[in-house]
Design a protein around this ligand. Sequence first.
Ligand code: HEC
Length: 181
Amino acid sequence: MDNLETNKFAGALFGTLLFVVAMNVIASGLFAPKKPAVPGYDLPAPAEGAEAASSAPAAPAEPLPVLLAKADSAKGQTAAKKCASCHSFEKGGPNKVGPDLYGVVGRPVASHEGFNYSAALKAKGGNWTYEDLDAFITSPKKAVPGTAMAFAGIGQAQERADLLAYLRTLSDNPEPLPAAQ
Ligand code: HEC
């Protein structure tokens, strides 16, 4: 075979191979998959408002007066067992870890005789309204920061309303229920 022809052929072949290899190197550089630091899908971050809504209590839809209107004081008496380790409920009952709760609805805050209230609760002032009691029982520490009442709170709105309906009965002269608008 003609030597020059062989060289041309070999040159073309070699050139082509070189081209393929070069393309491969360039392409893998261009299209290299980016490995994520953590395997898995990137989930879209939830909007701040959406998160706030989902962390809110399950069903805040009904206002307190409506819940109180259909509250069951017998159920509330059962719920009050959660309080009984620290509170008595009888008229003239003893102060325990917390003050006696007979007649607490409508009573001036931090006013039970013989009980040494925290500075935080003394500073609150006013009378215990249904709204105030509801907020306090939802989360004592949030409603009155610094309170000495070491109780996590009751998350269920209807359970709180039942409990308030029961507390209401512990009175010689029960506070009228708030009117539903
Ligand atoms: C671990 C003990 C403990 C439990 C359980 C507890 N409390 Fe209390 N509670 C206290 C203490 C202590 C205070 C006084 C708080 C202060 O001085 O800051 C208090 C204060 C209160 C007051 C304010 C009374 C006033 O005279 O101003 C109310 C109302 C009250 N508790 C309701 C409840 C209810 C309702 C429950 C049950 C759902 C409950 N507590 C469960 C310890 C407790």
